[in-house]
Design a protein around this ligand. Sequence first.
Ligand SMILES: *[C@@H]1O[C@H](CO)[C@@H](O)[C@H](O)[C@H]1NC(C)=O
Ligand SMILES: *[C@@H]1O[C@H](CO)[C@@H](O)[C@H](O)[C@H]1NC(C)=O
Ligand SMILES: *[C@@H]1O[C@H](CO)[C@@H](O)[C@H](O)[C@H]1NC(C)=O
Ligand SMILES: *[C@@H]1O[C@H](CO)[C@@H](O)[C@H](O)[C@H]1NC(C)=O
Ligand SMILES: *[C@@H]1O[C@H](CO)[C@@H](O)[C@H](O)[C@H]1NC(C)=O
Ligand SMILES: *[C@@H]1O[C@H](CO)[C@@H](O)[C@H](O)[C@H]1NC(C)=O
Ligand SMILES: *[C@@H]1O[C@H](CO)[C@@H](O)[C@H](O)[C@H]1NC(C)=O
Ligand SMILES: *[C@@H]1O[C@H](CO)[C@@H](O)[C@H](O)[C@H]1NC(C)=O
Length: 380
Amino acid sequence: MGKTISCSVFLALVYCFYLQFGTALDTITPSKSIKDPEFIVSQSGVFRLGFFSFANSSNRYVGILYNQIPVQTVAWVANRNKPLKDSSGILNISDDGNLVVLNGKTEILWSSNVTNTAPNTTTAQLLDSGNLILSNGDDGGSSLWESFEDPSNAFIETMKISTDVKKGRQVELKSWKSPSDPSDGNFSFGIEPFNIPEGIIRKNNQLYFRTGPWNGNMFLGSILMTTVYTDGFYVVADNQQQTFYMAYEYSNDSMLIYCELDFQGKFIERRWDAGKGNWINRYSSFQTDCDIYGYCGAFGICDSSKRPICSCIKGFKPRNIEEWSRGNGSSGCFRTTPLQCQRDNTNGSGGAGQGDDGFLKMMVKKVPAFPVRSSIINGD
Ligand SMILES: *[C@@H]1O[C@H](CO)[C@@H](O)[C@H](O)[C@H]1NC(C)=O
Ligand SMILES: *[C@@H]1O[C@H](CO)[C@@H](O)[C@H](O)[C@H]1NC(C)=O
Ligand SMILES: *[C@@H]1O[C@H](CO)[C@@H](O)[C@H](O)[C@H]1NC(C)=O
Ligand SMILES: *[C@@H]1O[C@H](CO)[C@@H](O)[C@H](O)[C@H]1NC(C)=O
Ligand SMILES: *[C@@H]1O[C@H](CO)[C@@H](O)[C@H](O)[C@H]1NC(C)=O
Ligand SMILES: *[C@@H]1O[C@H](CO)[C@@H](O)[C@H](O)[C@H]1NC(C)=O
Ligand SMILES: *[C@@H]1O[C@H](CO)[C@@H](O)[C@H](O)[C@H]1NC(C)=O
Ligand SMILES: *[C@@H]1O[C@H](CO)[C@@H](O)[C@H](O)[C@H]1NC(C)=O
């Protein structure tokens, strides 16, 4: 009973506090903006939203940062392509109901860019997940905009990297130009349905890295991405609705994981090490050049322990010997003698092939991007 009463008293106090100040400390409203160097903090203090700079730069950005670790770690950036040049910035809900970053001349450097029919009741709330949600009222109705759906280079717990084929909508990570320049870089990371969904990195819109297909437990084909690293990762595929997403959640609340698509196109998973006071790399999508999609081209073999690292499989030769000798294997290899496996009835050999045709066992290879799931593999 005593517990209930003290709880009510506490809630009443909190309520008074809210009445007095009008809003929670994790929320921006039309009447409560923040200006550099102010910030708001999510309810339990996990993340903050405010102004920051990178070392050795006077550029100012509005972003979401981890609030409880001593190393500046940016989970999201608003005005990544248009930095503030001084500390006169304002983060505001504008008259049209958008979240906007303004400079001292009230020029809009970034906007959530949505159509909002009820701008007076609009709030932007920073959640403990690190998601910033722009919505009308607290009715838990649909959000107008979320930072989780407009990511920068970071993939954090409970965020969804998604593809909606019917709506033609993708939520992808976008690499930065450099570790201290968050403007759009060359790489993106998304989920590609193919026949079986997998993670994909693109470089200037060209396929650059594949995780290999998701088998329900892990991505097949990433040597280091064993279940140790994908523990907590999951892929949800709705083939009917043509929606696909990947996310991760750890049951161990004291384990802090942070994934990033870095400026060189590596997908990196880091774990916070409180003892060392820093992030420790757990997984990187890039170990050698052989991780680059098509590095040795069609019918090529990539072996990072050999020089040159590209060679052709048995019975094949480089398509472009000049490029190949310069270390560029991307044009791949061609078959030196045509296949002779057509049916041969006249000689009564029952359709067996002639010549050296046969199957070659190849290990440590990704399956192609168009595998078809078999009911035998599926079967339980
Ligand atoms: C900032 O500049 C100092 C001095 O030039 C340099 O030692 C340091 O590495 C730089 N820091 C970053 C993050 O670039
Ligand atoms: C927010 O921005 C609007 C312009 O869109 C401006 O009229 C208003 O005064 C700003 N509010 C604050 C509190 O700065
Ligand atoms: C808002 O959307 C328009 C058109 O969709 C686009 O051209 C513009 O760059 C966007 N503005 C911002 C600040 O994102
Ligand atoms: C929104 O706010 C403006 C200015 O405070 C007011 O003139 C207008 O009537 C309000 N609109 C609604 C729908 O409450
Ligand atoms: C991005 O691509 C451009 C043009 O292809 C290139 O000049 C630049 O070095 C690339 N940057 C990175 C970080 O790969
Ligand atoms: C949870 O994570 C912490 C920090 O990484 C670790 O010390 C602890 O052993 C983990 N607990 C379990 C049950 O795995
Ligand atoms: C490698 O060769 C391909 C064509 O076979 C060409 O498009 C590409 O630019 C070359 N790459 C380099 C780094 O020279
Ligand atoms: C049948 O076999 C003989 C001898 O092996 C060969 O000379 C002949 O060309 C074959 N016929 C066909 C149609 O492949």
